[in-house]
Design a protein around this ligand. Structure first.
Ligand code: ZN
Length: 434
């Protein structure tokens, strides 16, 4: 019953337990693309397909047209998800009978969804040898820890709005006392190294449960990390086989959206502006031409959206609520947490209409703050016409989220239509669109 898109999405989610793995999965998706290094000069050729990573947790891929170009066409999503990061000196002894791991929260997850389910551990390690330092991915790839609930007999308040304490309730159980001192060894062993050669690490818990399709007609999908790997996957699928004409296509997946994007590789960094500048320079564009190109460029900021909840429809705005399987969500916010405005909405709407892709409109209830995302943050560095979109989902930031089975296909087709649209800026607020 799985469509090719859903099978592909589940495989992508499974191979992407952390942002590092998501970028590695993206690189493998981009077969035939030439990897570039930020620390070297770039020689680009017309029709070339390239990608560059930063921190190995953010990636920007781009394709050049065969002929000249006058603008950039970009889609941005994020590689990270809320989880727990394992601290240095991880092992905690409990009454000389248990070993727990010391963790801290990364982003804003729903705590209760992390209890009583097998969790695994993945991330990256830095290895030291005679030549220098090397980064390796690591994934224990099996049930490795558990965060056990307290029995209801000892915590009668657990169903009455219990307040979880991240420093007490969320510590995962690693082993009995026989496992004392084993954590570093197991991590080293999982990447074929000796514990003494591991000189640095960024390790996270993750939910290893696989995606599933369900509902009376298979209309729903559930999986970990749908926010925002569903959009990342869709953008890669839409992007990778296209050859642009008259503009440069870019597919960007940024790390650290869940913690505000303020890192060297996040959307609030110079990563995108550096890449755009280097493309322009390598293709012989001068400063004036580059400025003109930016003025005629477009970006989709793609991050999942809140479907109206069946148990709590009152949390949705009465006029601008969205549902799973009803198309790409265009997000609006008067305070511009979402970048969509009348112009960008009109352009994208027209593109989707032509492609036969349904869209729906989302705004938060006026008394609810809602979240923020990539578009307005990226816009402070690369100021172009931007639209915030996403797919409608339930239980955002749960360790297992739910979305619509039809929507992946809508998103891939909508993004592809955006990349291919015959769209030119001719003046401020004036566009030619065929
Ligand atoms: Zn997100």
């Amino acid at each position: 019953m799985y469509t090719e898109e859903i099978q592909g999405l589940f495989q992508f989610l499974k191979s992407s337990p952390t942002a590092f793995h998501a970028v590695d999965s993206a690189c493998r998706t981009l077969s035939g693309f030439t990897p570039l290094k930020e620390c070297e000069k770039w020689n680009l050729v017309p029709g070339g397909k390239y990608y560059v990573t930063r921190n190995r947790s953010s990636i920007i891929a781009f394709t050049l047209p065969e002929g000249d170009f006058d603008s950039f066409r970009m889609v941005a999503s994020h590689s990270d998800s809320p989880t727990f990061k394992i601290k240095e000196n991880a092992e905690i002894s409990v009454r000389d009978h248990y070993i727990q791991l010391d963790v801290e929260r990364y982003g804003g997850m729903i705590f209760s969804t992390w209890f009583d389910r097998p969790l695994s551990i993945a991330g990256r390690v830095i290895l030291r040898d005679a030549q220098g330092l090397h980064t390796r991915l690591v994934d224990l790839g099996r049930p490795a820890v558990m965060i056990p609930n307290v029995a209801i007999h000892m915590n009668r308040e657990v169903n009455s709005g219990y307040k979880y304490n991240a420093a007490v309730d969320m510590m995962p159980l690693w082993s009995d006392f026989a496992g004392k001192g084993s954590f570093r060894d197991k991590i080293a062993e999982a990447c074929g190294a000796k514990a003494e050669d591991v000189v640095g690490s960024d390790l996270f818990l993750y939910n290893p449960m696989e995606g599933c399709q369900w509902g009376v007609n298979g209309e729903f999908i559930s999986a970990p990390r749908l926010d925002d790997l569903e959009c990342a996957y869709s953008s890669l699928q839409a992007f990778r086989d296209l050859t642009p004409r008259g503009h440069v296509n870019l597919c960007c997946v940024f790390d650290n959206e869940e913690v505000g994007s303020g890192t060297k590789q996040g959307a609030d960094s110079t990563f995108l502006s550096d890449v755009l500048r280097r493309i322009a320079l390598a293709c012989g564009k001068d400063e004036a031409e580059t400025a003109a190109m930016l003025a005629g460029s477009f970006m989709l900021s793609a991050d999942n959206a809140h479907a109206t909840h069946p148990n709590h429809p009152e949390y949705a705005d009465s006029q601008n609520q969205v549902f799973m399987n009803e198309g790409i969500v265009i997000k609006f916010n008067a305070n511009q947490k979402y970048t969509t405005d009348g112009v960008s909405e009109a352009l994208f709407h027209a593109v989707c209409q032509k492609a036969g892709v349904p869209v729906q409109h989302f705004a938060n209830r006026s008394d609810l703050a809602g979240g923020s995302t990539l578009g307005n943050i990226s816009g402070s560095h690369v100021s172009v016409n931007t639209l915030d979109i996403g797919l409608a989902q339930l239980a955002m930031h749960s360790s297992y989220e739910t979305a619509g089975a039809k929507d992946v296909d809508y998103m891939i087709r909508g993004m592809r239509a955006f990349y291919e649209a015959d769209l030119t800026a001719v003046d401020d607020g004036e566009y030619r669109l065929n």
